[in-house]
Design a binder for this molecule. Structure first.
Ligand SMILES: [Zn+2]
Length: 184
């Protein structure tokens, strides 16, 4: 019922097709999304790229595109949602934001209508071939951040474990970030 999620599913499938590989079970496929929303949920479901595996990144550009890098065969591609499709889906999203603001008493009927129109848009999108939904271009160069070491310290204020790379020092004390910020 969510058109943006449906687009993410389609985009993920297309990315795997273009890269000529199956869903990632390890960490060789990297996806870089350009905004955090349902589009990235859809493609992470299909591609197996997740924040937990450190192979999903977000460059917060407020754009509806993602780049995919297959480290196993050095292939990559950037896929963006076409403008006419996007405008339609964003209009649906805006309507949803309005429905959320309604008082609970008159929200139910409006929400039902909204879900229905979402399902209709998804059905329309699913009838269109990938070429009508997406544009394809060369993926920009992307260097994934190095995985932080699991070496750790104990914060000398709250006593919790914190990765060494994240430790801050104030007045000779080793501190986690929140303790560092609140330390006086
Ligand atoms: Zn602390």
């Amino acid at each position: 019922m969510c058109p943006m999620y449906a687009l993410g599913i389609r985009m993920g499938k297309k990315a795997l097709e273009v890269l000529g590989r199956p869903r990632e079970n390890g960490v060789k496929l990297i996806a870089v999304v350009e905004y955090k929303n349902c589009l990235s949920d859809g493609l992470q479901y299909v591609c197996g790229t997740t924040y937990g595996k450190n192979n999903l990144y977000c460059l917060d550009y407020g754009k509806f595109a993602a780049s995919f890098y297959d480290l196993a065969n050095s292939r990559s591609v950037r896929i963006s949602v076409k403008r006419d499709i996007l405008e339609k889906v964003l209009e649906f999203g805006l309507k949803g934001q309005e429905v959320k603001k309604l008082p609970p008493s008159n929200r139910e009927e409006e929400a039902r209508e909204h879900f229905k129109s979402g399902a209709e848009i998804v059905e329309e999108l699913n009838k269109l071939p990938d070429e009508k939904l997406f544009s394809f271009s060369e993926a920009p160069l992307f260097k994934p951040a190095e995985e932080p070491s699991l070496k750790h310290e104990i914060c000398q204020r709250c006593g919790e474990v914190v990765l060494k790379d994240y430790v801050k020092v104030k007045n000779g004390k080793l501190l986690c970030i929140p303790c560092y910020s609140n330390f006086s």
